[in-house]
Ligand binder design. Structure first.
Ligand SMILES: *Cc1c(COP(=O)(O)O)cnc(C)c1O
Length: 341
């Protein structure tokens, strides 16, 4: 297969799968140029600059990050970079989400801003009844309004809540237009919302998890076929034969039932791999249960292979570990080498 020089766990990034996912999403938006790739949190653990470069090579023109420190690293790759939560400064390429009225007060004059409207998630954004005040303040403080956005609280669940929030957002769009703002891009869809939308008519989608290959929608929606981009490998550190009755790892939670060869691999919770529960062990994508507790830097497996694939589908792994794909990939340390295949 693929040989990495450093003696360390590593992550492969499957470029073809990434492009496949972006193309699937472009079928919904009508164009690749309407996709803003969400690269926050180290591109959901896939690698910020790496994924930024691949996205840009695929024709993606817009990116979304959380902080300006992330935006700096990918700035040359995109036409616009939306920063979701940081000090608002004037910049040619950056636009900043307005999360509260205070954000408008403290923004640097001339800065590009995108007004986030709270249509029901009640996490961030301007309340509907403060919209006029916010728009007036944006004008008074000489900010450049380049976008209006909202975020859905349950796009990935059955039920009518999404439609109720969408309806609220329609009225917001109308009010912004009536207030005389022009050239303002509107966007509300995350991955789940665009995957279930039949008629897309906004300017942009903000796609994170879907681009990385996961669809967290219930099976009852028609599904686009997405392909996981990331696979996680660990390398063998040492091997030994263990006898019946011997115990492996901290707490000796795994008790050997038949003499066997066991190897230690260089991945642990210090690398961001979930510690899980030794009594209900994670089973790798090659079918090997982790034997005993996950250590900070090591796991034990009944294998002799030099390298093992621990995970090649974060959604499947998340099901085993009682979480969601986002948490599995995002937690992986940025120190693990990432390599494009
Ligand atoms: C993270 C985020 C997204 C992307 O969500 P996915 O479910 O990963 O597609 C979109 N919009 C905002 C405001 C976000 O914070």
């Amino acid at each position: 297969l693929f040989v990495y020089n450093l003696d360390m766990a590593f992550i492969t990034i499957n470029k073809q799968n990434f492009y496949h996912n972006l193309n699937q999403i472009a079928l919904k938006t009508g164009s690749i140029e309407k996709i803003a790739i969400v690269l926050k949190d180290n591109a959901y653990g896939h690698g910020l600059e790496l994924m930024g470069t691949l996205a840009s090579e695929c024709g993606i023109k817009h990116a979304v990050v959380r902080k300006t420190t992330e935006a700096v690293l990918i700035k040359p790759l995109f036409e616009t970079v939306l920063i979701l939560g940081d000090k608002i400064i004037k910049d040619e390429k950056y636009s900043f989400a307005i999360n509260s009225l205070e954000d408008i007060k403290y923004a640097q004059k001339g800065a590009k801003v995108e007004l986030k409207v709270d249509t029901g998630m009640h996490r961030n954004g301007i309340a509907l009844d403060a919209l006029d005040e916010a728009l007036a303040l944006i004008q008074k403080n000489e900010l450049e309004l380049v976008g209006v956005m909202t975020h859905f609280r349950s796009a990935d669940e059955l039920g009518s809540e999404l439609f109720w929030q969408q309806k609220q957002f329609e009225s917001v769009k109308k009010r912004v237009k009536e207030a005389g703002f022009i050239g303002v891009r509107v966007h509300s869809h995350n991955s789940a919302a665009i995957l279930r939308t039949k008629h897309f008519d906004e300017d942009l989608v903000r796609v994170g998890i879907g681009a990385y290959g996961y669809n967290e929608l219930p099976d009852s929606f028609d599904q686009l076929e997405l392909r996981p981009v990331m696979a996680l490998y660990a390398k063998k550190v040492s091997s030994r034969v263990v006898k019946v009755g011997e115990r492996i790892g901290y707490g000796g939670e795994y008790i050997v039932e038949n003499e066997m060869s066991v190897s230690t691999y260089d991945l642990g919770y210090g690398d961001g791999w979930c510690r899980g529960d030794a009594q209900n062990p994670y089973i790798t994508c090659e079918g090997l249960p982790i034997l005993g507790r996950v250590s900070m830097d090591f796991i034990s497996l009944a294998s002799q292979k030099e390298e093992v694939c621990v995970m090649n589908d974060a959604q499947a792994a998340a099901k085993q570990l009682g979480t969601i794909s986002y948490e599995i990939t995002t937690a992986l340390s940025s120190d693990i080498p990432r390599e494009v295949i």
